[in-house]
Every structure is written in structure tokens, then in C-alpha cells.
Write a protein that binds this ligand. Structure first.
Ligand code: 5GP
Length: 138
């Protein structure tokens, strides 16, 4: 699939759509998922155009993984989950719905099931508060 420069995440990077940002550097951007599967579900994206793991230059994938590790460590401190899952989907049959490479950071709380992917919108006040707490650790 060709990269669409008007996908949601490209618009978030350009500031054309709002997001609850937790971290940004020259190469990457991280923000709260607004349909979280679990409390603290956060996304990390490279700033460069690339639809998935294979359509993105290796250096940009590396930058995104470095940021994923950094943001996940901050989430670990703030939310103290029992575990953290990192997920990344390539193409629709694998579950991809937004075609700009992204890594999911999913805190795992024992005994709490994940909500379905891309379904229930979060409470915006709670997301804002969480984003501020995570950002403060970075
Ligand atoms: P994918 O299914 O492509 O792996 O993940 C896309 C993710 O983007 C989903 O987890 C979905 O909840 C999230 N998402 C979809 N639209 C928006 C949006 O407008 N803002 C934010 N912050 N996340 C979104």
C-alpha cells in the first residue's frame, strides 16, 4: 500500500489533529492512544513517512524503537503495571488500521482483560492527566 501523507498519524505529527503528547524528539513522536486497550496504552511513531515496518527506513525504525523503550520505562514507573507488552502490526490481516509505522506500548495488569482493538474511546480528562504524568518522567 502506498503511503498516504494525510493519514491520521501524519496529521498528528504536523499538528493538524490534536493528541495527548508524552514525548517528542527530532525523529520520533509519542502520544496516548484514544481507544486504549489497557490503561496507559501509548503509541510511538517515527516522524518520517513509512506505512509499516518494511516501508520505513531502518534508521527511523531504530529511532522509534529507542523511543519505545524510553517511553515504556516511564510508563513502568508511573503506572507500575505487572508487565508491558509491545505490539506492532503490518497490514490489515495482522490488525493494522493506521498506515504509518507505530509501536503500541500496552501496560498489562494481572486479572484485567485488554479491551478490543480500536473500539472504546477513553475519558479525555484521564488521558490528559496520564500523558502529563508520563511526560514528567521523560
Ligand atoms: P493499528 O490498528 O494500526 O495497529 O493501531 C492504530 C491505533 O491508533 C489503534 O490502537 C487506535 O486505537 C489508535 N487510533 C485511531 N485513531 C486515533 C486518533 O485519532 N488518535 C489517537 N491518539 N489514536 C488513534
Amino acid at each position: 500500500m502506498a503511503y498516504d501523507p494525510d493519514n491520521i498519524f501524519a496529521k498528528i505529527i504536523r499538528g493538524e489533529l490534536p493528541s495527548f503528547k508524552v514525548y517528542e524528539d527530532d525523529h520520533t513522536f509519542s502520544f496516548m492512544d484514544i481507544f486504549p486497550q489497557t490503561r496507559g496504552h501509548t503509541l510511538v511513531i517515527p516522524k518520517t513517512a513509512g506505512e509499516d515496518l518494511f516501508g520505513t527506513e531502518e534508521k527511523d525504525v531504530q529511532a522509534a524503537i529507542r523511543t519505545t523503550r524510553k517511553v515504556a520505562a516511564a510508563i513502568d514507573k508511573v503506572l507500575q503495571p505487572d508487565g508491558i507488552r509491545i505490539a506492532q502490526f503490518n497490514r490489515a490481516p495482522a490488525g493494522q488500521t493506521v498506515y504509518h509505522l507505530h509501536f503500541h506500548i500496552l501496560p498489562v495488569f494481572e486479572g484485567v482483560d485488554f479491551r478490543h482493538h480500536n473500539t472504546e474511546q477513553a475519558d479525555m480528562d484521564e488521558l490528559k492527566e496520564l500523558a502529563a504524568k508520563i511526560a514528567a518522567e521523560l
